[in-house]
Design a protein around this ligand. Structure first.
Ligand code: DON
Length: 315
């Protein structure tokens, strides 16, 4: 049996002392103020044990990690029809890149780059008002995490709404190809809102439980998605969850993972654990520098890897 208490303590100690911490995102101004000295980590195992380290209770901005939950909702709404409007290939490009959209006629490469997530937000908006759709999204995340305190950070939402020109360009460009049903401003109101949800590592690891448990929340047995769909969401997280660093993440960590520019990463050890790490300093690809390193250390210490069978003794 792995001593997860000791492993989490060791990793946390190493991360708090690490000299190379990356830089916080600054294109959403309030994110630039977040202290890169902090590190948090939470592991929730299939049988419901919770292991925490560092600032595991501190709220951070969910940002692109929200794209996993948004994809889950959108697949519930329209099923595989989603794939007529969004691809399933790694982009090899930055999360906010516009270049492929022209040659690929407004169909984003995958649901985790910004363009893809904006199409997913259009699906989740449906015919509703952005405010109601955001409330529905927030309720969904609260249900996943079993925590009704989770909420949108209004300062982050306002800030990104005022500065999100690149996303507005992506949305307008896709609209010109007919790949958005609703006005770009309305779609972005939902998209920026889902990104502005604040969560801590414990809440995020709890929210990810259905992905380690074949689509069900383990303690209640409540089904969120089918086992096949959970497997596919995990596949997309592995191949596309870290943008142009997805290959490196698979190589170093070997688990499905989704990052956000708030510095959070949700990782899934199928059948074993849901893991959240947070540290606000980012690497060149916009993924948490120490979050990635912490997950690499965890994978080495536990042997958890989707490339090695998950029936690790003792868990
Ligand atoms: O749309 C954006 O640029 C942000 N709201 C989210 C980007 C993000 O988190 C990319 N992830 N590493």
């Amino acid at each position: 049996m792995h001593d997860l208490t000791a492993i989490v303590a060791d990793i946390t100690e190493e991360m708090l002392a690490a000299p190379d911490r990356g830089r916080p995102a600054d294109y959403i101004p309030p994110l630039a103020r977040v202290d890169v000295g902090k590190f948090g980590m939470a592991i929730v195992t299939l049988d419901g044990r919770v292991f925490t380290g560092g600032s595991a209770d501190e709220l951070f901005s969910l940002q692109s990690v929200s794209k996993v939950f948004a994809l889950t909702l959108a697949l519930g709404r329209v099923g595989d029809q989603l794939w007529n409007r969004v691809g399933r290939e790694p982009s090899g490009s930055a999360f906010n890149s516009i270049v492929q959209l022209e040659s690929e006629r407004g169909i984003p490469r995958n649901p985790f780059i910004n363009a893809g997530a904006i199409v997913v937000a259009d699906v989740n908006l449906g015919r509703g008002a952005p405010r109601e759709s955001l409330a529905e999204f927030t309720r969904f995340v609260r249900h996943l995490a079993d925590d009704d305190t989770i909420a949108v950070d209004q300062e982050i939402l306002k800030s990104e709404s005022e500065t999100g020109y690149r996303n507005l360009a992506l949305a307008n460009y896709m609209k010109s190809f007919g790949n958005l049903n609703r006005p770009p401003e309305d779609v972005l109101a939902l998209y920026f809102g889902q990104c502005a949800i604040a969560m801590n590592c414990v809440q995020l690891a709890m929210a990810g439980r259905y992905l380690m448990a074949a689509g069900r929340i383990p303690d209640s047995g409540h089904r969120i998605v089918s086992a096949a769909r959970a497997r596919r969401i995990n596949a997309l997280m592995l191949t596309c969850g870290h943008y142009d660093a997805s290959g490196d993440f698979a190589f170093r960590v070997g688990l499905p993972g989704k990052s956000g520019v708030g510095g959070g990463i949700l990782a899934v050890a199928p059948g074993v654990a849901s893991i959240a790490v947070w540290s606000a300093g980012l690497n060149a690809q916009g993924n948490s520098q120490l979050g990635t390193l912490a997950l690499e250390r965890l994978a080495v210490r536990t042997g958890w890897s989707v490339f090695d069978g998950m029936n690790v003794p003792g868990i």
